[in-house]
Design a protein around this ligand. Structure first.
Ligand SMILES: Cc1ncc(C[n+]2csc(CCOP(=O)(O)OP(=O)(O)O)c2C)c(N)n1
Ligand code: SF4
Ligand SMILES: [Mg+2]
Length: 384
């Protein structure tokens, strides 16, 4: 790693969050214009021509793959801040398949492929093994998709959190099982079409449930560091990886990574969609330390959810349904609940009607809790 890179990382490690938000980058690739024009301390690691690429060219991700973009920034940062002393453990999924069709690999770091569901356990084992060998300076990064993380790998991950194992786990959330043909996961949003939630029947697309909100579940384990991020703000992602690596113990970063193939979106809209996901309030971006939220990325004005849904074919049926307005209103209620819950907006800056709508957002926007309540207590309950 060049000295410039080390300085950049060291300086930005001390960066206060409000200051970080003053710089607007226009990410267009490795040598982004915004990076070059910014002061050294604000530049992305990717603007350093001497940086090391953890994930090199030649891999087989689709054009516009958010996961490839997010992984590159995240792992390059983890690698840089540890002087390239990392080992990565990768769950089965798109990231593993497109980067490592045996016997080839696009990774330039020590990298292990685990099973689909045991990434966290393999990473915990690697961290324990390194510790036993006295090699604590080698840090472990685990990575997986949303399916591998919130569904099949969840038990191992919860164990890793509970034991506070010295691992940074990064989940690249593209909201479905993309590698096997876009099946629903516990992170698929309500109404979305997938191969297993077809737009047919009374309630087309995915059911309205809360899904599994892994960042909140991770926070409940009170681990040292939890953060959410998106590929719309790659400098923020770098910052969070850097910060996570400054801690020991279990750490978790959940990155929203749009998938053109699974979402049915144009490949040039990956960053735009990630930005809209945050600006609508559907994907809140924040940090939590020891189980408490310590920073939230504010949004200036709430963007109506239609703007985010429209460019994605997985939501096309929503706009054709007779009760389209009702479905959109339910999705809007989820965004509004997030805005209220995470304090994403300065309320005073909003028009009165928008303010009112957000403040009256339901605590239970998917209606799942309400629908399970019994209308009347049964006789046996009354007598109990
Ligand atoms: C035990 C087991 N069940 C199913 C599979 C098949 N499988 C491989 S990857 C994958 C989906 C991955 O989805 P996700 O974790 O969200 O990653 P993505 O491909 O979306 O990045 C599935 C079902 C498997 N490898 N092992
Ligand atoms: S299917 Fe989606 S996640 Fe997989 S490589 Fe293509 S764009 Fe990336
Ligand atoms: Mg996925």
């Amino acid at each position: 790693m060049s000295e410039t890179t080390t300085d950049t990382i060291a300086q930005s490690q001390a960066t206060a969050i409000p200051a970080r938000e003053q710089v607007k980058f226009y990410q267009v690739g490795s040598y982004a214009v915004g990076n070059r024009l910014a002061d050294l301390q604000w530049r992305s690691l990717q603007s350093d021509p001497n940086r090391k690429n953890s994930l090199t060219s030649g891999h087989r991700a689709c054009q516009g793959c958010g996961e490839a973009l997010g992984a590159r920034y995240a792992v390059d940062t983890a690698s840089a801040v540890t002087n390239n002393n990392i080992v990565a453990i990768n769950a089965t999924g798109c990231l593993e398949v497109f980067s490592t069709p045996y016997p080839e690999t696009a990774w330039t770091i020590p990298w292990l492929h685990s099973l689909f569901g045991n990434t966290a356990a393999v990473a915990s084992g690697a961290a324990a093994g390194l510790k036993a060998m006295g090699k604590d300076d080698i840090r472990v990064v685990a990575q997986g998709g949303d399916g591998g993380t919130v569904d099949i790998g969840f038990g191992c991950l919860s164990g890793m959190f509970e034991r506070n194992d010295d691992v940074l786990y990064i989940c690249y959330d593209n909201e479905a099982y993309m590698n096997t043909g876009v099946q629903r996961s516990g992170a698929t949003p309500p109404a979305a079409r997938t191969a297993t939630t077809q737009p047919v029947g009374e309630h087309p697309g995915n059911v309205f449930t809360q899904g599994k909100n892994l960042p909140r579940i991770a926070m409940a384990h009170e681990i040292p560091y939890v953060a959410t991020a998106t590929v719309a703000d790659l400098r923020d992602l770098e910052y969070k990886v850097q910060k996570a690596m400054s801690y020991h113990g279990a750490r978790y970063i959940h990155v929203l990574v749009p998938c053109p193939l699974g979402w049915g979106s144009n490949s040039n809209l990956t960053v735009t969609l990630a930005r809209l996901a945050t600006q609508t309030g559907l994907f809140p971006v924040y940090e939590a330390e020891g189980g408490e939220i310590t920073s939230v990325t504010k949004i200036r004005r709430p963007v109506p959810v239609e703007k985010y849904l429209k460019p994605q074919r997985r939501f096309a049926h929503v706009f054709k349904e007779p009760d389209s307005a009702e479905v959109i209103a339910r999705l809007q209620a989820i965004a509004d609940r997030n805005i209220k819950r995470y304090g994403l907006i300065e309320m005073e800056s909003l028009d009165e009607d928008v303010q009112k709508r957000i403040l009256s957002a339901p605590e239970d926007p998917t209606g799942r809790f309400a629908s399970t309540l019994l209308a009347e207590p049964t006789e046996s309950m009354q007598t109990a």
